[in-house]
Each structure stands twice: as structure tokens, then as C-alpha cells.
Write a protein that binds this ligand. Structure first.
Ligand code: GTP
Ligand code: MG
Length: 218
């Protein structure tokens, strides 16, 4: 492996922001975690970074209300986004997070990959499909993690993965599907590889434009 190898375990908390204006400069590469409230976004982040309490998790949906940034290397960040689709929060609050989420997705140029988390027992709800379709339309690569796979038998897990893959194949986009459990660490190696590849892929491009590029000296 080259010296630019990415290790998600290097993640450190950078900041929490209520809207995109408070985020770090829009440069480098971000990989964001999105999904319905309670889908297991923050738990997956902790599992993938091998840090038990990097991102705050909760039994109560709506825990993550801010955009949380974790730096894993210079100008490479993981992003924990507020969940969507949770009905039981006051309308005003909901509007605010959903605005932050929408703005982040629409305006953030450095967003290079989207991890969409769905409870394996209830995947592909309307809002999930809207988000996946939006990413597909914008050629943004997607990793669909079917979370809490420890809650189903192996046979049912395979059936759900098959079902989701089949549904998403119709979109003809760069979408990978993986069963995942934060509890059992199922699928974490595969997810790690996909995410690191996104950082590395872009890394090649980013390097060729940065001052570190070896060939620009006259
Ligand atoms: N059994 C099981 N429970 C899980 C798993 N991942 C998350 N959970 C539980 O699901 C609940 C929600 O997890 P979070 O990671 O906080 O979910 P979130 O998507 O970040 O939720 P919001 O921040 O509210 O949008 C918690 O009670 C977790 O312990 C898993 O792989 N297996
Ligand atoms: Mg969360």
C-alpha cells in the first residue's frame, strides 16, 4: 500500500454544525452517512472507525440533529448527517434539520460518496428512494448498507440483499449493496473497502491538482 493509504480508524471529531455555512471549507473529499432516523448511521460510523463513541448514538430517533464532521486525513472527512423521515419531532425542528440536510446534499461540492443506511427489515422507503434516485441522477456513487442484519436469520438477510439489489439495478447507477451489523461487525470490511476506495480514487485526482503533485515543478 502507498503512503496515502486511508484508515478510517484515524477519524477524529472536527465539529458539529447546524447548517452548511459553519462547515469546513468546501474542498477535499467528504463521504456522508445518510438515512432515516434510527437507521444506525452513527453506530455504523463508530463500527467503521473502530471507535466506540465517536458519533453519538441513541435508542430515540432524532439523536443526530447537526451535521457532524470527522476528519480521517488531511482534507478527507466522514460526515454524520441528521436522519430523515422521523415524524415525532416538532415541525420547527424538523424543518431546520431537513433544511441543513437538503442544503448539504445539494451544495456540498466535496461530497464524493454517499453511504445510505436502511434498516434491513424496512429498506427502500419513499425518502430512501428519493435520495438514491437523486444520487444516481448526479452520478454520485452510493453504498447502501442494510443495517441491523443481526436481527434477521441468514436466509432472510440474503433474501433482503437480493431484493434490494434487484430493485436498485433498474437505476443503472453506481450503487453497491451490503448487509451490515454494527453489533456483529457484519459487512464492515466490505464497507470499509468501498469507502476507502472512494477516498483513494479521488485522491489520485486531487493529488494531481495539489502542490504535492510531483510533476509540476518547472
Ligand atoms: N441490533 C442492532 N441494533 C443497532 C445496530 N445499529 C444500530 N442499532 C441501534 O439502533 C438505534 C439507533 O442507532 P443510531 O446509530 O443512533 O441511529 P442513527 O441513524 O444515527 O439515528 P439518528 O441520529 O436519530 O438519525 C440504537 O439503539 C442502536 O443501538 C445494529 O447493527 N444492530
Ligand atoms: Mg445518529
Amino acid at each position: 500500500m502507498s503512503s496515502t493509504a486511508i484508515h478510517l480508524s484515524k477519524a477524529t471529531f472536527t465539529l458539529s454544525a447546524p447548517d452548511i455555512r459553519r462547515l469546513p471549507a468546501d474542498s477535499g473529499i467528504e463521504v456522508a452517512f445518510a438515512g432515516r432516523s434510527n437507521a444506525g448511521k452513527s453506530s455504523a460510523l463508530n463500527t467503521l472507525t473502530n471507535q466506540r463513541s465517536l458519533a453519538r448514538t441513541s435508542k430515540t430517533p432524532g439523536r443526530t440533529q447537526l451535521i457532524n464532521i470527522f476528519e480521517i486525513a488531511e482534507n478527507k472527512r466522514l460526515v454524520d448527517l441528521p436522519g430523515y423521515g422521523f415524524a415525532k419531532v416538532p415541525m420547527e425542528m424538523k424543518k431546520k434539520w431537513q433544511k441543513a440536510l437538503g442544503e448539504y446534499l445539494e451544495k456540498r461540492e466535496c461530497l464524493k460518496g454517499l453511504v445510505i443506511l436502511m434498516d434491513i427489515r424496512h429498506p427502500l422507503k419513499d425518502l430512501d428512494m428519493d435520495l438514491i434516485q437523486w444520487a444516481a441522477d448526479g452520478d454520485l456513487p452510493v453504498l447502501a448498507l442494510l443495517t441491523k442484519s443481526d436481527k434477521l436469520s441468514q436466509g432472510k438477510v440474503s433474501a433482503q440483499v437480493h431484493f434490494v439489489k434487484k430493485e436498485l439495478a433498474a437505476l443503472n447507477a453506481d450503487i453497491k449493496v451490503q448487509a451490515f451489523s454494527s453489533l456483529k461487525r457484519t459487512g464492515s470490511e466490505q464497507a470499509d473497502k468501498v469507502i476507502c476506495d472512494w477516498f483513494q480514487d479521488e485522491n489520485i485526482q486531487a493529488l494531481s491538482e495539489s502542490s504535492e503533485a510531483p510533476l509540476t515543478e518547472e
